[in-house]
Each structure stands twice: as structure tokens, then as C-alpha cells.
Write a protein that binds this ligand. Structure first.
Ligand code: PLP
Length: 399
């Protein structure tokens, strides 16, 4: 047998791992309500028409060639304008890199930052590719706590404790997946102060930046003075185009502390040639075009968020913090005598109630005894899922 690398064999991705047992049930003809993957395109959300038209037009007009490794100049200009509007950042197109979505941005940044044994601070709980990709590049993900009782805001003291001489950056995911937390301005300032104290860059994942229900997203890019900040964003969430695989990041680095990182990232960008060319034309249309679709979509999402939150608060044995952004809710399992751990709980709910959640421990140690629900589907589907889940919980708790 030809052995695979330990690096690749070590990869875990909880969100997709739970799909296998769900498929087994489906093979037996059982209908499973899947609330595990954060993909709006699977429900009643599509990228706006002006973006779809621009994508088709680019293909029809022959924009099917390799573009520059750093992205098309017109798109980098549009990104600068969008980010100046949103975050009031002082950047030029030269500070922007276009990628195959945020996932490739993470690969570039971790690849450029990490030597074996170096570490990156990542939130706990957090979106799993953060830990997975840091490990892939032979780094160590160090999880800092976010505190449920405090609306899942990061614990700055814990963050400080996790920094050592091998720390290369602090990653911030805001609004957060899986908790739906929106960080306060004060918290962002404290993170920047801490990063400044230890001379670390902040990597800011802002893929859900305009998806907030209460309050507005604050970017560390908009508040920094001398701390280098790398902001990542893309088309997947706010522009509802997950399958197009297009994103970007930019450096807010007034003192040029990231010059070598930029050089390393550009080397990585060159060996993968370039991002998808026609999708970049769609991105220009999205970033410069009207945003009225977002208002309509956010109204739908808010109704679904409010519905699921209300239902969950009525179910015994669990407690829930109301998410303020993104489209996830992350309840805590309070009644623990019936299950060994959160994974067993999720499998039990799948087999008995035929609803698919993701176990919280798949998002890091602070996610233990929690589970993540995606509330993208229409209320009728959420209602059926919650009816089944509520009956399951009441039965289990009375047995
Ligand atoms: N970052 C966070 C916090 C996410 O939740 C996700 C997807 O769910 C991504 C990044 C992936 O983004 P992209 O589709 O741009 O690779």
C-alpha cells in the first residue's frame, strides 16, 4: 500500500464528517432535515441578478483566460472602494490580493507566516479550517476562549496567556461561526492593543460583515494605527455566491511590517497561477452594484433567527445565546446525563429526530457540549425540524 502523508491524513472537518451517518439513513429512505452546512445557495438565496448577468457576460465575451496572480486591476480597485466605504481604510489596489475565496486566503497567509512549530491564535469555538489549515502548514493552532456568558466575546486575558515567542498572528472571526457573536468595538480595541504589545499582526475574517441583526460590524482594519491588520472577505456570504469560490484580502500596514509576508504570499499566489477570471467580473458587478437584495435577504434571515431562537428557548435540557450575526446558532446541552458527549448527542438526534446538526466539539474545546444549527431554511422547514427535535428532547429527558 502506498502510504498517504500524515499531514493530509490528519485533516478533520466536523461539518462534513456528520454527513456520512445522515447518508446512511437517507439510503434507507428516511428524510433527514440537514441543518449542518452554511450554504445559502441550497435554500431561497441566490447571488443578485446583476452579478449573475456579469458572470455570464464575461464568459460569453471571452474573458476566459488566465488573469494576473494578484487579481484583475479593475476588481482590486472595486475592492478598495468597497472597503473604504465599509471600513474607512487607507489602502490602494496594491494592498489587495484576490483569491479562490477566504479559504485560499487562509492557505496563503498560514503558508507565508508559519514555520514548523510556530503558532497562530484562533478563537475557540471557531470555524474548523482555522485549526485544520494551521496544522497542515505544520503550525500549532492555539485556541483562545470566547465566553458564552458574555455573548461569546473573546477573553482577552486568555488570549494574552496563549501568546508565546512562537506566536505569529492573532486570528479574529467576527461575526463568528459557529456562535453568531458580533464583537464589541471595545473588544476589537483590546485585541489591537494586545497585538501591538507583542508585535503581532491581526488576521480578521469579515466574511459575514454586513450580515448583522443587531449592531454593526467593526473591523480592526478601521481602528488600527500601527498594528498590521490583514482583512479577509469575499463573495460567499454577503453576496450569496458560495460556489463561485472568489474572495480577497488586503493589508492595512502603514509601517510596512508585513513586507516579507507580502513577498511570500505573492510567491504562493504565482505558483497557483490566478483566481477565476470570469467570476472576478461578477465580483466587480457585486461590489460596485446595488445592495437592496441584502435588505430583503436579511429580513428573511432575521425572521428565521427569531423563530429558531424562540423554539430553542422552549425546549428543555438546552440553553441558547441569541446570535447577532451570520446564520448559525450554538445551543448548549445543559442536561448531560443521557449522552457521553456532544457527538453522541448529535448522532442520537440524527437517528431519532432525523435532524442533522454539527457537534460543538468539532469547533474546538470551548464548543464541547454544544451543537451548531444552521438557520438558513424557510420557517416551515425549521418548524418541522424543531418539532421533531423538541419531541426527541422531551422523550429523552423523561426516560
Ligand atoms: N470563514 C468563515 C468564518 C466561514 O464561516 C466560512 C464558511 O462557512 C468561510 C470563511 C469560507 O469562506 P469562503 O467560501 O470564502 O472560502
Amino acid at each position: 500500500m502506498i502510504r498517504a502523508s500524515e499531514r493530509a491524513m490528519g485533516i478533520e472537518y466536523a461539518i462534513r464528517d456528520v454527513v456520512l451517518p445522515a447518508r446512511e439513513l437517507e439510503k434507507k429512505g428516511i428524510k433527514v432535515i440537514r441543518l449542518n452546512i452554511g450554504d445559502p445557495g441550497k435554500y431561497d438565496f441566490q447571488p443578485p441578478k446583476h452579478m449573475r448577468d456579469a458572470y455570464c457576460k464575461a464568459i460569453q465575451e471571452g474573458h476566459n483566460y488566465y488573469g494576473p496572480s494578484e487579481g484583475l486591476p479593475e476588481l482590486r480597485e472595486a475592492i478598495v472602494e468597497r472597503e473604504k466605504r465599509k471600513n474607512d481604510v487607507d489602502i490602494t489596489p496594491d494592498d489587495v490580493r484576490v483569491t479562490a475565496a477566504v479559504t485560499e486566503a487562509l492557505q496563503f497567509l498560514f503558508g507565508a507566516l508559519l514555520n514548523p512549530g510556530d503558532n497562530i491564535l484562533v478563537p475557540s469555538p471557531s470555524y474548523p479550517p482555522y485549526t485544520g489549515l494551521v496544522k497542515f502548514y505544520e503550525g500549532v493552532p492555539r485556541e483562545y476562549l470566547t465566553v458564552e456568558e458574555n455573548g461569546w466575546q473573546p477573553d482577552i486575558d486568555d488570549m494574552r496567556k496563549k501568546i508565546d515567542e512562537k506566536t505569529k498572528a492573532i486570528a479574529v472571526i467576527n461575526p463568528n461561526n459557529p456562535t453568531g457573536a458580533l464583537y464589541e468595538k471595545k473588544t476589537i480595541k483590546e485585541i489591537l492593543d494586545l497585538a501591538g504589545e507583542y508585535d503581532l499582526p491581526v488576521i480578521s475574517d469579515e466574511i459575514y460583515d454586513l450580515m448583522t441583526y443587531e449592531g454593526e460590524h467593526v473591523s480592526p482594519g478601521s481602528l488600527t494605527k500601527d498594528v498590521p491588520v490583514i482583512v479577509m472577505n469575499g463573495l460567499s456570504k454577503v453576496y450569496f455566491a458560495t460556489g463561485w469560490r472568489l474572495g480577497y484580502f488586503y493589508y492595512v500596514d502603514p509601517e510596512g511590517k508585513l513586507d516579507e509576508i507580502r513577498e511570500a504570499v505573492d510567491k504562493m499566489a504565482r505558483i497557483r497561477l490566478c483566481p477565476n477570471t470570469p467570476a472576478q467580473f461578477a465580483a466587480i458587478a457585486g461590489l460596485t452594484g446595488p445592495m437592496d437584495y441584502l435588505e430583503e435577504y436579511m429580513a428573511k434571515l432575521k425572521e428565521r433567527r427569531d423563530y429558531i431562537y424562540k423554539r430553542l428557548t422552549e425546549i428543555p435540557g438546552i440553553s441558547t445565546v441569541k446570535p447577532q450575526g451570520a446564520f448559525y446558532i450554538f445551543p448548549k446541552i445543559e442536561e448531560r446525563s443521557k449522552w457521553k458527549n456532544d457527538k453522541e448527542f448529535v448522532l442520537d438526534a440524527l437517528n431519532e429526530a432525523h435532524v442533522l446538526f454539527v457537534h460543538g466539539s468539532g469547533f474546538g474545546y470551548a464548543g464541547e457540549w454544544h451543537f451548531r444549527i444552521v438557520f438558513l431554511p424557510p420557517v416551515e422547514i425549521l418548524e418541522e425540524a424543531m418539532d421533531n427535535f423538541e419531541a426527541f428532547m422531551r422523550k429523552r429527558l423523561s426516560s
